[in-house]
Design a protein around this ligand. Structure first.
Ligand SMILES: [Zn+2]
Length: 156
């Protein structure tokens, strides 16, 4: 049986998305940045530390009746650079996409530097340049400081 079939066996969903190849243990953080939790109304299946061929262990998340916007793909890539997203319709995979860490991220993250111009009273849209993918490091366009992923994702 292929790895794919193993993963889909966990619980099939009719419509929604499957996020696979999440580094083990990061699925909870992923759900929180996607804003799907106890109040979102979506049914979520979560498998942590599933045996994987690619790496030793991975997390898999299935969210029913949810789609993923283009900006969210780059958001997911920050936490799970190797993630694949399957779009499920009527139990079939309609489309499968691999996330890609973008070179820059605009407007999603906030600069942890309180004195940064992007945090001023009339805020400008933030721009971060990715310096390193995993572990994530990004440089703010405005204050030019380099931040660790944990500082940036915590600020969403
Ligand atoms: Zn800044």
């Amino acid at each position: 049986m292929t790895e794919e079939n193993q993963t889909l066996k966990i619980s099939k969903i009719r419509d929604g998305i499957v996020i696979d190849h999440i580094p083990a243990g990061r699925s909870i953080r992923l759900l929180s940045i996607l804003n799907v939790g106890e109040h979102s109304g979506h049914t979520i299946s979560l498998a942590m530390r599933v045996k994987s061929n690619k790496k030793d262990y991975k997390d898999v998340v299935k969210i029913e009746n949810r789609n993923i916007a283009e900006e969210e793909l780059s958001l997911i890539s920050l936490i799970a650079p190797d993630a694949t997203i399957s779009f499920i319709e009527n139990y079939n995979i309609k489309e499968k996409r691999k996330v890609k860490v973008p070179e820059t991220i605009s407007g999603i993250l906030r600069c942890p530097n309180q004195n940064c111009i992007s945090n001023a009273k009339e805020p400008v849209e933030t721009i971060f340049h990715i310096v390193s993918e995993d572990p994530l490091e990004a440089r703010c366009e405005y204050c030019e400081r380099i931040f660790k992923g944990s500082d940036l994702i915590g600020k969403i």
